[in-house]
Design a protein around this ligand. Structure first.
Ligand SMILES: [Zn+2]
Length: 465
């Protein structure tokens, strides 16, 4: 698209807005991009793009993976523009491009790494035309915003440009079905000990062959629709992955990946399956970008998971763990609940599951509680569960329906009183589950919990003292 008068007016206005925001000390907002798109709706199409654009999308894990990819590239000496401190929708991408452009809009850097919201792809992908795009997975997410997975798959099929090279999850048949005509690479994790063809989750979004509708035959189901399957009727099957985790060594904290026949050991930041998928998808993307696997492995030694996603602290031999569990996202919460069940020792769990914006401004849809595996929390090693927030009665009901004995459950409408309901007797760890936008609250409750664990008084008494 040509740059017209309207584009330049939008660009200069956005640059002015960015300057004012900088002067008043506000960083990382998508306001300049919002103005640019209000004034010139096809702004992204007219804005010159950097020579190479790499995108990271998918339902779960995209922020963690984007951060990893950016950290490895920085470590390897690449200079690039990214939307790490902004948002992953069109206005955030526009803001990043504006901030990294010359007066007339020419890009200052040749490389861009963007985390891209899958729901916003119609407003981004046709304009930005990424050279390389990673899709981590496609799951059901907030119903209000994302409807259902087929809807998201449809959007991606329609708006991913033909020229984009894709890096896809071979263990996710929805993700692996994207753009069969494009150049595609796949990643996957080999079948692990104990994995069977039985699904242990409430939600399994693929049951029949997408080609012919016959019941699929599963080699194994890892969780939900993640696994490997084939169709006995038409021969349809999960693709072969070029990047395969062949061995996981939890003691050594390493994983071995077969990268197109070449075996390479990589450090594991965390041994949960989700984090192995995150690391693996970053490795596949970086390898397709052109880095050698040795270089990626060496850079990954220096990484840590962003502390806004997962954070462990220790007080008097007991762990306090902040664990992100995206509100309205049944899969992310089910994964978190299973992680908690599998964590060693006796665990107490504090649940902040209300969606921050819904709790403040509208009526929350709670149907997703019934797609979420609260049943994982029904375990002898989880003696206490505290539900806090406006929807505490609904969460309490769901916990009871999962068969959890009522004496294990406490609940309160007041988020800040959650830690007061905690008893430190007989527990080795406290998990605090929170939504992306409630990290501040989670940190406060974490401090109260630490005070309770270190002193004899309840957290409430500590706070009042
Ligand atoms: Zn079939």
């Amino acid at each position: 698209m040509k740059r017209n008068l309207r584009f330049f007016f939008a660009l200069f206005f956005a640059k002015g807005t960015a300057l004012v925001l900088k002067l008043i000390g506000r960083k990382g907002t998508s306001m300049p991009g919002s103005w640019a798109i209000i004034l010139c709706p096809d702004f992204l199409g007219r804005m010159p793009r950097p020579k190479t654009v790499v995108g990271i999308t998918g339902t779960n894990g995209k922020t963690t993976v984007a951060n990893m990819v950016e950290d490895v590239l920085s470590h390897c000496g690449y200079d690039f523009v990214c939307n790490r401190s902004g948002t992953n929708v069109n206005t955030g991408v526009a803001s990043s491009l504006i901030a990294n452009s010359t007066f007339f809009g020419k890009p200052k850097k040749d490389l861009a790494i963007f985390e891209l919201d899958e729901r916003s792809s119609p407003k981004i992908l046709p304009y930005l035309k990424p050279d390389l795009l990673l899709c981590t997975n496609i799951f059901r997410d907030s119903y209000k915003r994302n409807a259902h997975m087929e809807f998201i798959v449809d959007i991606l099929q329609q708006y991913i440009p033909e020229s984009t090279r894709l890096v896809l999850n071979a263990d996710d048949l929805l993700c692996a079905s994207l753009k069969p005509q494009n150049h595609r690479s796949f990643f996957g994790i080999d079948r692990q000990p104990g994995e069977t063809a039985q699904c242990r989750n409430i939600v399994q979004d693929i049951r029949v062959c997408p080609n012919c509708g016959a019941a699929l035959s599963w080699e194994f189901i890892r969780y939900h629709h993640i696994g490997r399957a084939s169709c006995p009727q038409c021969g349809f099957c999960s693709p072969q992955a070029g990047y395969r985790v062949t061995q996981i060594d939890a003691d050594e904290n390493t994983m071995t990946v077969d990268c197109h026949g070449h075996q390479q050991k990589f450090p594991m930041l965390n041994s949960s399956t989700i984090n192995i998928y995150n690391s693996l998808s970053a490795i596949a993307l970086l390898s397709q970008f052109g880095l050698s696997t040795e270089k990626i492995a060496a850079s990954m030694e220096k990484l840590s998971i962003s502390e806004t996603r997962y954070k462990e602290e220790e007080v008097d031999g007991k762990k306090v763990i902040l664990h992100l569990a995206k509100g309205q996202n049944p899969i992310a919460c089910s994964r978190a609940f299973e992680n908690i069940r599998d964590y060693p020792g006796k665990k107490a769990v504090i649940l902040f599951l209300d969606d921050y914006f819904d709790a403040a401004h509208s009526v929350e849809n709670i149907s997703w509680y019934y797609d979420t595996d609260f049943e994982f929390l029904n375990n002898p090693d989880i003696p206490q569960i505290i539900a806090a927030g406006a929807r505490h009665w609904d969460v309490c009901l769901r916990l009871l329906m999962a068969g959890i004995p009522p004496e294990k459950i406490s609940h309160t409408a007041e988020n800040h009183q959650a830690a007061e309901l905690l008893s430190k007797e007989g527990i080795d760890a406290v998990f605090i589950l929170y939504d992306v936008y409630t990290i501040g609250l989670a940190n406060q409750v974490k401090d109260q919990t630490k005070a309770l664990l270190s002193g004899g008084k309840s957290a409430g008494e500590q706070q009042r003292a």
